[in-house]
Structures are given as structure tokens and as C-alpha cells.
Design a protein around this ligand. Sequence first.
Ligand code: MRU
Length: 355
Amino acid sequence: MFTDDDLSSLRWADGRVEIIDQTLLPHELRWLTLTELPDFCHAIAAMQVRGAPLIGITAAYGLARALVDDASDDGLRQASDTLAATRPTAVNLRWALEQVAAAVSNLPQGARADEALACAHRLRAEDIAVCGSIGETGLQFLPEDTGGTLNIMTHCNAGWLATIQWGTALAPIYKAHAQGRNVHVWVSETRPRNQGMNLTAWELQRAGVPCTIVADNSCGLLMQRGQVDCVIVGSDRTAANGDVCNKVGTYLKALAASAHAVPFYVALPVSTIDWQCPSGAEIPIEERGAEELLSFLGRDSDGSLRTVTGGPEQAIVANPAFDITPASLVTRLLTEHGAVAASAEALAELHNRVI
Ligand code: MRU
């Protein structure tokens, strides 16, 4: 399905980076041009782009742009630090900046900006291939085709909007659908930003994959009733012991899945594994603003876009954006290099094999 470059979350057009403003979906499909370093930083921090792999690739292009103005060692470090500070949890951001820095550090200053841009293009192309391979890995773990409906639950958005094309958690689903399998996806709304309802449901609908939006809190019931064959989610950072950090609410799904013997898969590129991070306890969890929890963007009865706010005035709000699912609750990690157990031993073996 992803043969058209327009069906991607970030494109290079006429020498410029264009992104879909994801804060407006599903109401409006608007492309934005990112020109200067602050545009790239804003796009990541304000979540016009989001999803671990896409944040990383956007940052790589941002660093390449910054080097056009200042390709000195200080310029490289400062721009990289500024981009890295936009969002703390997804490790792909740091990983992509390191890839660019490694590609240019030993070059004369005059050659750095061009090489950084070439590196960003490479990372973008690699991401498409990697996500395609994750889809192939995932296909092998979907329950056998018995002719009935295959009900898969996902959380947040780990589709092509979170990567460049395919996605991670949605890649096996797109591939199964393309093979003619009767797939149906339970899309949990993903409070507070509703990436499931606004982004995943939009993607799946466009691709013709049957899906049903459900409240986050209904997922335990659906599993208890036997209406979920497996859960597949993405990851923002996976520790070296297999603990998985992903959008807040993932942990509750994993607990429910374990209680009802539903396989719980995490689909991720190897770039999402933080080899230096011993366990989930060391992963910084991003705290986001109160307005995300209290306000809601939607269409009025007259069709105009409006934001409304709930909760009492001066409400005190906590908004941790991610949570940690212990490795013991993860059935398998699905990567571009095959499936691995979520354990320190299996990840050490993967590291020796591919890094
Ligand atoms: O806060 P977001 O929308 O950037 O969070 C995204 C997620 O949690 C995704 O599941 C994760 O980044 C994996 S994307 C392939």
C-alpha cells in the first residue's frame, strides 16, 4: 500500500521538509513546511509530529538545517542539545541526533550540512524499510487464519503517522489486511490526547481496515469477554531488560492481557532500545500540561473547529504521558530483526547480533 510518497508523515519537497500537522487530525489534513531550527523544535514539542521514530527523523532534518547556519563543533552541540530537549522519553530522538553527529563530526565544517542532510534522508528511507520488516515479523505471530475475524487491540498511534510509512504496531495489521485476512482493530481512544481516536482510527479507515474506537477503560472488559485475540502496541523506549515504556495506559492493557491470557506484543525498531538503560525505572517520563487533560478539540454542530475546556477552574492536574510495562508482561518484542523475548538475555543476544 505505501507506494505513494504522499502517503507518508514527513516528505522532502522542493528542498524543504514538509510534515502533516497531526494536532489537526482527523479534522483537517494540513501540510506544514519546517524552515528554521525553531520550527523543527516547535513541531516536536507541540506534537505536530509525534511517535518515537518520526520525532527522531524530524530532529535529524532539524539538525541538518541548523548546520547550514553554524557547522562548528559548538553549533553542532548546541543545535543537538536544543532538539534533544524537546521531548524527554522517546530514545529515537537522541539516537537519530547521534547518527547525524557521527556522520559529520570528522568532516570539515564546509561539508557538514550536506552530509547531515544526506544522513537524514538515509534515516527516513531506512525507517520505511525497517517498519516493513517489523510488519513481516509481526505477521508470523498473528493467530492462525481460521476464517473468522481476527480482533487486534492497539493503543495510542504506532502507525505510519508515528513513523514515515507502515508504522510499527500497525505494520502487521496492514500486511494482514493486504493478504485478505479478516482483521478488525479495537482502537483505544488514548486519553488525554486521543491519538487512538484521532490518528489510528483515521489511518485505519483510510486504509479500509475495519476498526472500532473504544474508551480506554473498556479494554479490560473486552479481554474478559474473549473479544481480543492479541494486543500490539509500539514503544518509545525499551530498556535493556525488556521493560517497555509506551503511551500511558499501555501498562493497564498489559495487566489485563496477562490476566486473560491474551498475547501482548510490542512492535519496535531496534533504534527504540536503550542499551544503556538497565530497566524501566530509569526511563524519564514526560509530564505534559494540564490543558491536554482538560480541553478537547472537536467540531461544533455547525461544523467549526472549537476547543472546549472541562474540570473546575484552577483544577490541579497531573499528566504523565507514558508508563512502564514490566518485561514479564510482554509476550514478544517484534523487531526488524525478528521476534525476541523481553529479557536481558535475549536483548543481549540481539545486541551482539545486530549492533
Ligand atoms: O506522545 P506520542 O504521541 O509521541 O506517543 C506515541 C507513542 O506512545 C507510540 O506508541 C510510540 O511512540 C511508538 S510509535 C511507532
